[in-house]
Design a protein around this ligand. Structure first.
Ligand code: BGC
Length: 764
């Protein structure tokens, strides 16, 4: 197959069986080797927030034991940093650990869209916004690959829930798929050229992702230029022959005795072109070349240094949601008492359950770190307040646990409550059914809220929880996510002012489930889930319905304040010439008395779209760190894509001429300045015989062509300008107008007009 570009001449030397073996994996975590021509196996292990590798035990090689690894903040935490440079550094550290363990490919990052806060794996995903998720994923891919380790974007695509994930058919219209669910992958592929993409388990619009030719070949490779290996999610392949034909190169783990037999038989009976297998084998060989550094240069790494990086990343990830009267950072005079409450302060939960679990090298607890860092002569007391049994509530113990916590809190000058989800609440394989904390924790918070002592609530959870139940009892609220093994120290640093919070929400925290755009259709039923809220996911949906939220997308406070001034927007180039570029600049000033970090967010809205569009969409952002009193001119860049929508009619991104809102701010609901920009663009909508009178009349070339057609046909062209008649008849396709005596045009005249309009548009 000439057009398939086989670049490795070793493919020609492989037998059919060897090609099949190479593209199937040999066991759970290794690709197939072909010793005859010195093709080694590759080790592939899980990520994405640390390495999850297994190695034979020193005592008994038949027993595999986990390799200790640094557990970095999970994706929902890291995403809250909005910091691509940090994501890259974390990934580079994971790469070093992978190389030390002889691992060639790390299965991550995961960048599925948070369609619902209930998705059990949200802690492993970045955001509800594809731009933010795509950029962070791209940064992680680069961080891994620039250090010799393959990255694998997963799960492609629309794996937005755990319920029935192996079978569910995600029914999503093309526009929504393009603008929301594919867009993050597209950004990450463009920015980082991942060496692998993992298909998801689910079905997409009737076809399993594992055998979806349109997704795996047309979109991923032909449109986006992906040149790596498509690997199955573990066990996603249902029909290996169909998957190969669709563009899935590597089946993991291998179904020996089934898949290999089927592929050989299909090649032999001619139903599968052997050229397709050659291409897959070639891609595997190329992946081996790309990762050869891994085998060649095993590295060591400094466990303590990586622990420090994990702490730094966790510090950047926590989001300060509220800070009444500047309660934080805590000012603890000597002789004062700080009560720390919550089992999660003593027994840290740093990651979620499932395939991403990392055997951490060590784990900081909030309690130990607070004790280590408080000034001399400050007493730290502790009560667990609730239990963390993954199976459920504390039962009869609840009242006693709460009473004990209230007793120490009543004696303290300030209380820090660490509350959150437990492993039983959020894990791969199961979605949550509600946003609530366990009843025991809510009872505890309510009781503490009654005291006359300031209460700081620290939330440890990998996904959104309901805050309206907590807010009334808290004076300050720090959302720490699942901060990885350094999370305990990071929280202590932030509480005590050794660092300032700088995270911003990468997902909306809703007031209640009923407000969530996907509420009525998540997680579907009978193995079908209709994405009926379309592209109105997350803030796009809350904003479109103007609903209150607990805390909006992009929100995050710090210990200083920032002003945004002098917004300017500069347009250069033209859509028609393909060089349109828009620069948005704003001066950011740290107006407080401490250094701090601000995330400047740029949103675009289309005021006059012919298609339904979100009120605003994040189109660029910059992270700036400024000393007290310091200012910086920050510039964001928007390209044409920032203004387009996916037109199903044109099957393309369409920039529709008109006026757009450009808003700059510190969250999607804290827009400090809004301006408009008017962009010129050719009207690309085709005129057809069944285009309506309005579509013809409003079209820059169509209007004139239609008048001329009426004149030539001696028809009553006055209808084009007759406003009252247009109200009634404007929506009638012109070929149907032909049926109205006196108004119509002969069919030939309409056909000629269509041609003439197309010709003039070409020459415009
Ligand atoms: C998960 C993937 C993971 C794979 C291997 C699957 O169940 O969906 O994310 O990489 O297992 O552990």
């Amino acid at each position: 197959m000439d057009d398939m570009n086989i670049i490795d001449d070793r493919v020609a030397r492989l037998t059919l069986d060897e090609k099949v073996a190479l593209t199937m994996g040999s066991d759970m975590w290794h690709t197939g080797a072909v010793q005859r021509i010195d093709v080694p196996a590759m080790t592939i292990t899980d990520g994405p927030h640390g390495l999850r590798a297994m190695r034979p035990s020193a005592d008994d090689a038949s027993i595999l034991e986990p390799v200790p690894a640094t557990c970095f903040p999970t994706a929902s935490a890291l995403a809250s940093s909005w910091d691509v440079e940090l994501a890259g550094r974390v990934a580079a550290a994971i790469a070093a650990e992978a190389r030390a363990a002889g691992v060639a490919v790390v299965l991550g990052p995961g960048l599925n869209i948070k369609r619902s806060p209930l998705c059990g794996r949200n802690f492993e995903y970045f955001s509800e916004d594809p731009l933010l998720g795509g950029r962070l994923a791209g940064a992680m891919v680069r961080g891994l690959q620039e250090n010799g380790v393959g990255a694998c974007l997963k799960h492609f695509v629309a794996n937005n829930q755990e319920t029935d994930r192996h079978r569910v058919d995600a029914i999503i219209d093309d526009r929504t798929l393009r603008e929301i669910y594919l867009a993050g992958f597209e950004t990450a592929v463009a920015e980082s050229s991942p060496w692998l993409v993992m298909c998801s388990y689910n079905v997409v619009n009737g076809e399993p992702a594992a055998s979806h030719h349109w997704l795996l070949t047309q979109v991923l490779r032909d449109e986006w230029g992906f040149d790596g290996v498509v690997v199955s999610d573990w066990g996603a392949v249902r029909d290996r022959v169909a998957s190969l034909a669709a563009g899935l190169d590597l089946e993991m783990p291998p179904h020996h005795g089934t898949s290999d037999v089927a592929v050989v038989a299909a090649v032999e009976d001619g139903s599968l072109d052997e050229g397709l297998l050659d291409v897959a084998a070639d891609r595997l060989l190329r992946l081996l070349e790309r990762t050869r550094q891994t085998g060649a240069a095993p590295s060591t790494y400094d466990v303590d240094e990586h622990h420090e990086l994990a702490r730094a990343a966790a510090r950047r990830s926590a989001v300060l949601l509220r800070n009444d009267d500047g309660l934080l950072p805590l000012t603890l005079r000597s002789g004062s008492t700080l009560a720390v409450v919550g089992e999660l302060a003593r027994t840290p939960r740093c990651q979620g359950g499932g395939s991403s679990q990392v055997p951490a090298t060590r784990v900081d607890s909030v309690l130990d770190e607070v004790r280590a860092l408080v000034p001399d002569l400050v007493e730290v007391t502790f009560a667990p307040g609730y239990g963390v049994d993954p199976e459920g509530e504390d039962g009869d113990d609840t009242d006693a646990l709460v009473a004990q916590a209230v007793a120490i809190a009543a004696e303290a000058d300030v209380v820090v409550v660490v509350a959150g989800l437990t492993d039983g609440d959020e894990t791969e394989g199961r979605d949550r059914t509600h946003l609530d904390l366990r009843a025991g924790q809510l009872q505890l918070l309510a009781a503490l809220g009654q005291l006359d002592v300031p209460v700081v609530v620290v939330v440890v959870a990998g996904s959104a929880i309901a805050l309206p139940q907590i807010d009334p009892h808290a004076d300050a609220l720090l959302y720490a996510w699942l901060g990885g093994q350094g999370g305990g120290r990071a929280i202590a640093d932030l509480l005590l002012g050794r660092a300032s919070p700088s995270g911003c929400l990468a997902e909306t925290l809703p007031r209640r489930m009923e407000d969530v755009p996907s509420y009525l259709s998540f997680p579907g039923e009978e193995s079908r889930v209709h994405h009926s809220e379309r592209m109105f996911v997350g803030y796009r949906g809350f904003d479109a319905r103007n609903l209150d939220v607990a805390y909006p997308f992009g929100h995050g406070l710090t210990y200083t304040t920032f002003a945004h001034d002098d917004l300017t927007v500069e347009v250069t180039g033209l859509e028609a010439d393909g060089d349109l570029a828009v620069r948005v600049s704003v001066t950011v000033t740290n107006t407080g008395d401490r250094a701090g970090t601000e995330v400047v967010q740029v949103y675009v809205g289309d005021l006059q779209a012919s298609a339904a569009r979100p009120v605003r969409e994040l189109r660029d952002f910059r992270v700036v760190t400024l000393a007290a009193g310091e200012s910086e001119r920050v510039t964001c860049h928007l390209d044409r894509r920032a203004f387009t929508f996916w037109s199903v009619l044109l099957h393309d991104w369409y920039l529709e001429a008109g006026t757009f809102d450009i808003a700059v701010g510190a969250s999607s609901r804290d827009l400090r300045h809004t301006t408009t920009v008017t962009l010129d663009a050719p009207d690309r909508r085709p005129l057809r015989t069944d285009s309506t009178l309005d579509e013809w009349a409003d079209h820059p070339v169509g209007n004139a062509v239609l008048r001329e057609a009426y004149e030539a046909a001696d028809g009553w062209g006055g209808i084009v300008d007759n406003a009252p008649l247009r109200v009634m008849m404007g929506g009638v396709p012109v070929d149907r107008l032909a049926m109205f005596p006196g108004l119509g045009l002969p069919p030939e005249a309409i056909a000629d007009a269509v041609e003439e309009a197309a010709r003039r548009r070409e020459h415009n």
